[in-house]
Write a protein of this length. Structure first.
Lengths: 411, 310
């Protein structure tokens, strides 16, 4: 009898012991965009798995543009799908995700370590919606070799840029060499295209949820971009150009100046680049008489409100937004750090020397309008920019259209 | 069917099974009973969603607002009347329908007549007819987006080899619309051709032989024999094609994304945008109701045509 009880206890203990590892294996699924170099993040996730036995992290990639991603997440989240645990979100999304209740807040998290712009972007109505993944803003990429050859300084205004292009084009006489590449396709990047010269005139689009639209400034912004096309500084089909097209054109050596985010650096200096070693990065020009301005970018890590592993997912996000990871992705993916002191870090500067001057740019970058209905604001602005660049409507009509359509959603 | 089974089993007719007596069903009641499962299924997957759509269209329901649904009566419809994008996308949809339906009919008819010729080996012809139809719409859109690409596309390459200037197809509303319509016609004419081909093969050869004897030429034979006998097939093909044309989404979505501006956006794309991108389910539903009514009108018109011909 005694013997039986003992064996029974032994057997059940053994079977429990065997079952424990299988039970403890928590699988977390991280949604990442294919444009954010999942292979770089994967290395960090491998490290995390090694340090946290029992946690397995898989990556789901999808959507190579911010809009494609938003559409996918909108579908998944409105269906209350539990399959995704951690989501990468564009800096423009936290307000929408907070309003819809799709992410779990990080209650009591101290945000003071991050760059202030990101602490702010991730806090909606006092709640911390997500934690920063990496920082970003738009810069002017230029061909150092060509500018040196013609004795030109990186332009401070858009007019100087036009003059520089005309000088270089006159000398090079290369019909395949484009002066300026920027985003004219109706994608999220085109919203920044519109805002750069608009902000340069000291105007705002939305303040405290109210529309503060200035039609004259908007018309001037649209007219500036259209003039690049009309004067042959940018190519005629600029309305077909998306962010990564700009990157490719520049990398192939077909562009003198390009407006792009920080990620383009790693590839422009990479093995497959025709311009490796000939790339300069500067602050974006201003309108003559205006202030230099740039668009705040960057991406955030959120925990899905429908995740079944809330605590594990939050722990993973804390790790992914830590200083070590920020440094690693800065060095290996030229993704800008979300911690101020990393911009002075020796290892980081070795791989991206221009980060030394970039901190100031990121600190003065302006956020796009913060509203839960941002997707609609974005669609209105980007399709109008696209239509003006294609010559479907004049800059004045475009400005009027943006105003009347924005009034419908932001009164 | 019924009569033949009954005649072979006379005994059963005299003595129906006990359970039918127990239910004491009239013919009418039996019909209702037998139709019930299908009717139930249909109402679950068609009638309920349509009614629900109409119901939602009277609410302000936007997931981004964080507010609960609120009854707003006809507000969504009022908003639509003042919405220039609604009118633009609706017009684009009608335009695509008016161009691509007759276009696909003509091309499809030509393809069907071609495939009906007495080839020695028929399967390559039939297969090449099937391929565009079997290709997913979004694939076709992507492929043709590359064909019409201003810098790398084969269309401009051919134009330039012929000494013609290349066109930046997606930079102008008219050219972009032309490219989209050409793609839709390419994609859908094989469906037309398949239905018409099936119709062609039901026409007895003897009719043509008789016409030959009477000395009627090819054109006369086509007008007097082929066309009238094909009418039912053509009407069926037209109904299907028109309704899918009113729902055009994939091809412009993949080719232009509605651009430049919103000049090639369709009503279906606008519905998708409002519901999926903007999460404005109330307004999206109201737009969908309009599209539903538009499709219903077209169907009713075609059904009238069939009935008067029948």
């Amino acid at each position: 009898m005694k013997f039986r009880a003992l064996t029974g206890a032994f057997l059940s203990a053994a079977s429990l012991g065997a079952a424990v590892p299988a039970f403890a294996d928590t699988e977390l699924k991280v949604y990442i965009s294919s444009q954010h170099q999942p292979q770089v993040w994967r290395k960090m996730l491998d490290q995390y798995e090694a340090k946290n036995p029992g946690i397995k992290v898989t990556i789901e990639t999808g959507g190579n543009t911010s809009e494609a991603q938003a559409q996918y997440l909108n579908t998944v989240m409105s269906a209350k799908d539990t399959s995704l645990d951690v989501l990468i979100l564009d800096v423009i999304r936290p307000a929408q995700f907070a309003a819809a209740g799709w992410t779990s807040p990080f209650t009591g998290k101290d945000m003071s370590g991050y760059l202030p712009a990101y602490a702010e972007a991730n806090t909606v109505d006092g709640k911390i919606v997500a934690l920063p993944a990496f920082a970003d803003s738009m810069f002017l990429y230029y061909r150092k070799d060509l500018l040196e050859k013609y004795g030109i300084q990186p332009p401070k205004t858009w007019d100087e840029l036009k003059a520089a292009v005309k000088k270089i084009n006159g000398g090079e006489n290369n019909p395949d060499l484009q002066g300026l590449s920027f985003q004219g396709k109706a994608i999220e990047g085109a919203v920044c295209t519109f805002l750069l010269p608009y902000w340069s005139q000291g105007k705002t689009l939305v303040q405290n949820g109210k529309l503060t639209f200035d039609r004259a400034a908007a018309a001037k912004s649209l007219a500036l971009w259209k003039s690049f096309v009309d004067e042959g500084v940018s190519k005629k089909n600029i309305s077909e150009v998306a962010t990564d097209d700009t990157r490719k054109e520049f990398q192939a050596g077909n562009v003198v100046f390009a407006v792009n985010w920080s990620y383009a650096w790693a590839q422009a200096q990479g093995k497959d680049s025709a311009v490796a070693g000939k790339v300069g990065v500067a602050r974006l020009p201003a309108l003559t008489g205006g202030d230099a301005s740039t668009c705040l970018g960057g991406w955030e890590w959120g925990v899905s409100a429908y995740s079944k592993h809330q605590d594990d997912a939050k722990k993973l996000v804390e790790f992914l937004s830590s200083k070590d990871v920020s440094k690693f992705v800065a060095i290996n993916g030229s993704l800008m750090p979300t911690y101020a002191d990393l911009y002075k870090d020796e290892d980081v500067l070795k791989s991206a020397p221009w980060f030394a001057d970039a901190l100031q740019v990121v600190q003065t970058a302006k956020p796009r309008p913060v509203t839960p209905r941002y997707n609609e604001v974005s669609e209105i602005v980007r399709t109008t920019v696209n239509a003006v660049l294609a010559g479907v409507m004049t800059p004045d009509d475009g400005a009027a259209q943006i105003e009347s359509r924005l009034r419908r959603i932001l009164r | 069917m019924t009569t033949s089974t009954l005649s072979t089993t006379d005994r059963i007719e005299k003595q129906p099974p006990a359970w039918t007596k127990m239910l004491d069903l009239s013919d009418r009641a039996l019909a209702v009973l037998l139709l019930a499962p299908a009717a139930l299924l249909l109402s679950l997957i068609i009638v309920y969603p349509v009614l629900r759509l109409g119901y939602t269209s009277f609410f302000s329901l936007s997931l981004t607002s964080g507010l609960p649904a609120e009854f707003v009566g006809l507000d969504n419809y009022r908003l639509m009347i003042d919405d220039p994008v609604f009118w633009e996308t609706t017009w684009n949809t009608v335009l695509i329908t008016l161009i691509t339906v007759p276009g696909a009919l003509v091309v499809g008819m030509a393809l069907a007549l071609l495939a009906n010729l007495p080839f020695r080996v028929q399967w390559p012809v039939r297969l090449s007819l099937l391929i565009p139809w079997a290709l997913p719409l979004s694939f076709a859109g992507l492929i043709f987006a590359w064909f019409f690409h201003s810098e790398y596309g084969v269309v401009n390459d051919v134009l330039m080899r012929l000494g013609l200037p290349g066109v930046i197809w997606f930079n102008s509303p008219n050219w972009a619309m032309a490219a989209i319509c050409l793609t839709i016609i390419w994609k859908t004419s094989s469906f037309m051709a398949l239905i018409i081909l099936a119709g062609l093969q039901t026409i007895p050869r003897s009719l043509y032989e008789a016409a030959d004897v009477d000395g009627a030429g090819r054109v006369r034979q086509f007008v007097e024999i082929t066309l009238p006998l094909l009418k039912p097939s053509i009407v069926v093909a037209l109904i299907f094609r028109t309704i899918t044309a009113l729902q055009t989404f994939d091809i412009p979505y993949m080719m232009t994304g509605g651009g430049p501006g919103t000049s090639t956006s369709t009503l279906a794309m606008y519905i998708h945008q409002n519901t999926i991108s903007f999460l404005d389910l109330g307004y999206g539903s109201a737009l969908a109701v309009v599209m539903f009514l538009l499709s219903m009108c077209v169907t009713v018109v075609y059904l009238r045509i069939i009935r008067t011909k029948g």
